[in-house]
Design a protein around this ligand. Sequence first.
Ligand code: COA
Length: 260
Amino acid sequence: MQFENLLVHDEGGVRWITVNRPAKLNALNTSVIAELGQALAALTVDASVRAVVLTGAGEKAFVAGADIGEFVGISADAGRELARRGQRLFDAIAALPKPIIAAVNGFALGGGCELAMACHLRVASANARFGQPEVKLGLMPGYGGTQRLPRLVGRARALELLLTGGTIDAVTAHAWGLVNKVVEPGELRGTAQKLAEEIVAVAPLAVARCMEAVAVGLELPLEQGQQHEAMLFGLCSATEDAREGTAAFLEKRPARFTGK
Ligand code: COA
């Protein structure tokens, strides 16, 4: 796959997608959004890929936001369409049946913070900074930031970031539950790859259904969430991987999962 603004390579069942506009701190312009959509579509059909890591090129930024140049003087209709386009992409990321880990290697601001939040897991380098600075531009988040941030860190902390436009460092983001791990910059890629490989080693259908159960259940009352969980558990129970995993445990041997 060749892209103008993305680098893509595979490493042990893990697809690495790197947003590659370092001179613009990897800001998300129309082309990056379209290419991320294409890269995502390719993922769903490629069975050899079992997990994804998304990162940014260069030392400084994961993604420093949506490309501010594309917001100048646009109408309300164009603004709404721009937001919906980003939301469609980020929803597709969140709904991906393969886990996608954001390896946040620097600034994750605005659309970059929203992109990281759409991913299932986040690991950050110690120099990462997170925030939704849109109010400083007279704007507000439009790629899900006002919705995913309070769901991840709670209303008060989310409003603090949203209303001030301020940023937090990686350690604070970790304390707030926004990121799973913080590591030194030189360890970020290895940490993300190792985390992805841990997931690649287990049963892929079970992984997909865990993600679905959490995503669906968080929007439902507990009882309905549990009904959905039971339905998914039923589907999992009848898979070849469940037969293999339980048999391997009882026979004291490693399981060989096939995703069936
Ligand atoms: N959209 C478009 N271009 C951006 C960008 C964005 N979101 N973020 C950075 N860039 C560009 C800068 O314009 C600059 O381009 P230039 O060299 O052609 O002038 C280049 O990336 C480097 O950024 P610069 O501002 O010089 O780096 P810095 O280290 O001084 O500051 C930031 C880094 C992240 C603090 C600063 O770039 C910034 O505030 N960016 C915007 C963040 C934002 O508001 N995001 C939400 C957008 S909705």
